[in-house]
Ligand binder design. Structure first.
Ligand SMILES: Cc1cc2nc3c(=O)[nH]c(=O)nc-3n(C[C@H](O)[C@H](O)[C@H](O)COP(=O)(O)OP(=O)(O)OC[C@H]3O[C@@H](n4cnc5c(N)ncnc54)[C@H](O)[C@@H]3O)c2cc1C
Ligand code: HEM
Length: 405
């Protein structure tokens, strides 16, 4: 446990960290990548470019300082971070590297304000949090390795099928190259794909599993990321998968991780509301398929927002499911203008739109999509007074990005 003096000092630095947090963490990443280039391949360069990762760490540090005397409030954050770290193979030996660079950065950015007492208190506090994360990450590695068909680290998988789902989303069906069975996973979880970069290093990306567990394959469904503006590079891994990986090729993947999932052992009567936007349908599709099997009587309302039909993945598949399951209603909502009939309409997925489709607001909500969609749905559910235990979401980037918005 941390002593009272350490807690008091760390808490007293929360305001100054909130003020300088981003400068501090920018300095920290620059310093760490120059002193310890061996950890650079763990990090997504695009998150660094956009400043997302800096904000994520700055936010985590500030929240930690502010809540050091009440760590229960960080419980959910610890699980999110540990699952993310485990998906990327962050190991105990990496913690001293981050710790040393973090403390040196506090000293270098705060200058004389960073007294020995402050540095010592932060060293103790960092060590305390690191131990919590290392402990949880060890459990996750062990659980993933011990499952039937499980493994630790990266393993070679063969693409058994490549299938276009829409004009910009393609599915890859993956089987273990050694023919081993696949481990169970929870619907909503993601795997990690590791590929080589032109400079001889590697880079990793998470992809949600879009099929249900228990299949002879893992399926990921990847959107081709175009350059956001002129003179910026296109998404590296998504384009490589689309253009250079064909059926028969092998890729390296790490085992399923993630704290966003549908617990099929929890038997609720409440309706299940599944909301997806764009490629955010991938974990929601896995949840939908699993929910239909686990809850044959429970009312399920599925809403998918997309720009238009041409980019929408799994549109026909979810309509076919609705034909087979009387407890499922599906809706397609397109933001591009156009005449629509049946379960398709034009417009955004707003609180009013969702409410018009529900028997009552009291439901379990699972959602995934781009940032504006996530922020608006989250705020609406909170405004409706939906308890946190009924609100579940995945975001395809650092969670802090969402909280900042
Ligand atoms: C838990 C989780 C689950 C996910 N599941 C899925 C999924 O099911 N399907 C899916 O498609 N994606 C998913 N993602 C997103 C995925 O991990 C990748 O982030 C996505 O494929 C983009 O990776 P990339 O290598 O193609 O793009 P990156 O190279 O990482 O680039 C990302 C974006 O930044 C732009 N960019 C790159 N470099 C620069 C630069 N220097 N300056 C300006 N802009 C730049 C690119 O053009 C691109 O638009 C998931 C993410 C997470 C965290
Ligand atoms: C106490 C120590 C640490 C804390 C508090 C911490 C916190 C975080 C947080 C908040 C995220 C974002 C999670 C999300 O929303 O997706 C994250 C992601 C990450 N962390 Fe840590 N972390 C710590 C230690 C480490 C260490 C030792 C490493 C190893 C080098 C590491 C590497 C990463 C990587 C690679 C990511 C994903 C980055 C990306 O998206 O590019 N972290 N961490």
């Amino acid at each position: 446990m941390l002593d009272e003096k350490t807690i008091a000092i760390v808490k007293s630095t929360a305001p100054v960290l909130a003020e300088h947090g981003e400068t501090l963490t920018k300095h920290f990443y620059k310093r760490m990548f120059s002193h310890n280039p061996e950890v650079a391949p763990f990090f997504n360069p695009a998150h660094q470019t956009a400043g997302k990762q800096q904000r994520a760490l700055a936010g985590a540090i500030t929240a930690y300082a502010a809540n050091i005397d009440n760590l229960e409030v960080l419980g959910g954050a610890v699980e999110l971070i540990a699952q993310k770290h485990a998906s990327l193979m962050i190991k105990p030996e990496h913690y001293p590297i981050v710790g040393e660079n973090l403390l040196a950065s506090i000293r270098e950015v705060l200058g004389e304000a960073a007294t020995d007492d402050i540095i010592n208190a932060w060293a103790a506090a960092y060590g305390f949090l690191a131990d919590i994360l290392i402990g949880r990450e060890k459990q996750i590695y062990d659980e993933n390795a011990k499952k039937p068909g499980g493994w630790e680290g990266f393993k070679s998988f063969r693409v058994s099928r490549k299938e276009k789902e829409s004009s910009n989303i393609t599915s890859f069906y993956l089987v273990a190259a050694d023919g081993a069975p696949l481990p169970a996973f929870k619907p909503g979880q993601y795997i990690t794909v590791r590929v080589k970069t032109p400079d001889g290093q590697t880079t990793m990306r998470n992809y949600s599993l879009s099929d249900k567990p228990g299949q002879p394959h893992f399926r990921i469904s990847v959107k081709r990321e175009l350059p956001p503006e002129a003179n910026t590079p296109a998404g590296y891994v998504s384009n490589m998968l689309h253009d250079a990986i064909e059926a028969g090729d092998t890729i390296e993947i790490a085992p399923p991780c993630g704290e966003f999932f549908l617990d099929v052992t929890e038997k609720h009567e409440r309706p299940l509301v599944l909301l997806a936007a764009g490629v955010g349908i991938t974990p929601i599709m896995s949840i939908l398929l699993s929910a239909l099997e686990a809850f044959p009587k429970r009312e399920i309302i599925f809403i998918h927002a997309a720009l238009n039909e041409s980019v929408q993945a799994f549109g026909n598949a979810v309509n076919a499911l609705a034909q087979q399951h009387s407890n499922l209603r599906t809706y397609h909502r397109y933001s591009d203008a156009g005449q629509r009939t049946g379960n398709a309409s034009t417009g955004l997925v707003t609180a009013e739109y969702i409410e018009g489709l529900l028997p009552s607001r009291d439901a379990d909500y699972y959602f995934c999509g781009p940032q504006p969609f996530m922020v608006s749905i989250y705020h609406d559910l909170i405004k409706w007074g939906i308890p946190a235990s009924q609100v579940h979401f995945e975001f395809f980037g650092p969670r802090q990005e969402l909280q900042a918005a």
